[in-house]
Design a protein around this ligand. Structure first.
Ligand code: ADP
Length: 481
């Protein structure tokens, strides 16, 4: 079975969040299910710089304002199509904005172009790879199913995966003519969204199947609280939304072989973890001894609940916790965290920025990975935490609820607790959960049991890849009943 995946990021070439990890790991995971997946990604400078075996396979005379090429290429085990469109992608900065983080004003065009290229491949533009299924991710590739339905490949099944319903790609109605879709695509059944154009909305409407990245989030987005204006549409979709939890790349994230940490270790040889704890304390200028180190590796945003952490630093230090934060995002949150670090030298350390290698050391060297998200479609850092014996302390929402077993009395007595959950997401419940973590941490056998229970969890892609493969098969049956 040939599947084309279309995504705006892919690890290890370009990553701003979980989407890249998923897009990068799924092809290998699906290979063992008999699925040959190729991924279409934008030709950002760092993608062009990172690919090999480049061969042009298709040309566009004019794609949203300039000529473009589809390149067949590879990067490690990834088989890629790269949309080489310099007028859209050859820029300094991030995938979505300039170096200051400001979104590019022509993002609608950049990702309409990516989507259009996906639909062209679906329609057979590259004879060597005519996909049986097209799988798109988030709003940036959500127009692919729209272009397919209203033109190029209405009979090819498409799957749309929502990694975060909060990012929708919403634009004014006046961009519609430039998209090159027939007029009737601007309707409630198509792209029209509250009087404008909704990329994600169009993808949800036109794809054959919708998935999201955890069963709990699949339920939550049916409600007004989490549905972000799309709950009505989602509830109306026949077949509903499939919740398939993300796995992680257990080759990249493996404490037994990880070269980005101070010392490798395993569930059986946990004492080697100590060297990572020391290295982390040094890196964040934390006191060598004291209570557990709570780590955060995250975008620093309201969604992630990190305003709550920033406001609670004094209390957390007072009850004996130490804190290490790696991330960037809202200036107010960054500022409050940095001010906290200045007030509590030795107890609170903050690194503003994005650092893949340091994120590995944090999972290996912290005691707790803290994820107090207000909503969380899946979340990956708690999965890395499980694998590294860094006990997750999470809000009971979305994928966090699905992947962490709370250390309640029953779970502790059975030896199956892997972390700590709290709800609702507010300062009080978060602090209570941290207090619970501190007390468990000081009970060494219990804490070690939790770490080891987490490390035993299967957080690989094995089960979820099978679920995606089954979904693809069911769609092919729908096509050829
Ligand atoms: P989201 O995609 O909503 O940002 P996820 O938990 O799904 O959240 O994925 C976040 C990914 O990005 C994880 O792989 C995490 O380790 C990584 N990450 C987030 N912030 C940083 C950072 N500042 N430095 C390094 N890695 C980061």
């Amino acid at each position: 079975m040939k599947v084309l995946s279309v995504a705006a990021e892919i690890f290890p070439l370009v990553k701003t969040g979980g989407l890249a990890d998923v897009a990068g790991a799924l092809p290998a995971a699906l290979a063992s299910q008999g699925v040959a997946m190729r991924s279409l990604v934008p030709g950002y400078p760092r993608v062009i710089a990172g690919i090999k075996n480049i061969e042009p396979v298709h040309g566009f005379d004019s794609l949203f304002g300039g000529p473009a090429k589809l390149l067949s290429a590879s990067a490690g085990d990834l088989e890629l199509y790269v949309l080489d469109a310099p007028h859209l992608f050859e820029r300094d900065g991030g995938p979505y904005g300039d170096a200051t983080g400001k979104d590019w004003p022509d993002n609608w065009m950049r990702f309409a172009a990516l989507s259009k290229a996906g639909a062209e491949i679906a329609a057979g533009a590259v004879a060597a790879f005519v996909p049986d299924i097209v799988h798109v991710h988030d709003w940036q590739s959500a127009l692919t199913p729209v272009y397919m339905k209203y033109g190029s490949a209405p009979a090819t099944p498409s799957v749309m995966t929502v990694h975060n319903l909060a990012f929708q790609g919403q634009y004014a109605a006046d961009i519609f003519p430039a998209l090159g879709l027939p007029q009737h695509a601007y309707s409630v059944d198509g792209l029209e969204y509250y009087g404008g154009v909704g990329f994600l909305k169009g993808g949800l409407q036109c794809s054959w199947a919708i998935t999201t990245v955890s069963p709990t989030y699949a339920q939550e987005i049916r409600t007004p609280e989490f549905g972000m204006g799309l709950d009505g549409l989602i509830n109306a979709r026949q077949g509903g939304v499939h919740g398939i939890v993300n796995g992680i790349d257990t080759g990249v994230w493996n404490p037994e072989t990880d070269r980005q940490i101070a010392k490798t270790y395993s569930a059986k040889a946990m004492s080697n973890r100590e060297a990572n704890r020391r290295a982390l304390a040094q890196r964040f200028k934390l006191d060598r001894d004291g209570g557990p180190v709570f780590a955060v590796v995250s975008r620093l945003t309201w969604q992630k609940g990190l305003d709550l952490l920033a406001g609670a630093l004094d209390g957390i230090v007072a009850m004996g916790g130490r804190i290490a934060v790696l991330g960037s995002g809202d200036q107010a949150i960054e500022g409050a965290l940095l001010a906290g670090a200045a007030r509590h030298r030795g107890k609170v350390g903050v690194v503003i920025g994005y650092d893949e290698a340091l994120s590995h050391l944090m999972q290996a060297g912290a005691d707790v990975i803290l994820v107090p998200s207000r909503f969380e479609p899946c979340g990956l850092t708690q999965l890395y935490g499980l694998r590294y014996g860094c006990v997750p302390l999470v809000a009971r929402t979305g994928g966090l609820a699905d992947t962490v077993i709370d250390a309640n009395d029953a779970a502790l007595s059975m030896g199956v607790a892997t972390g700590i959950q709290f709800s609702p997401v507010d300062t009080g419940p978060m602090m209570d959960a941290m207090r619970r973590a501190i007390s468990l941490f000081h009970d060494k056998p219990v804490w070690k049991g939790m770490q080891q229970a987490g490390m035993k969890c299967d957080v690989s892609w094995t089960r979820s890849a099978a679920l995606y493969a089954n979904l693809y098969k069911s769609l092919l049956k729908q096509k050829n009943p």
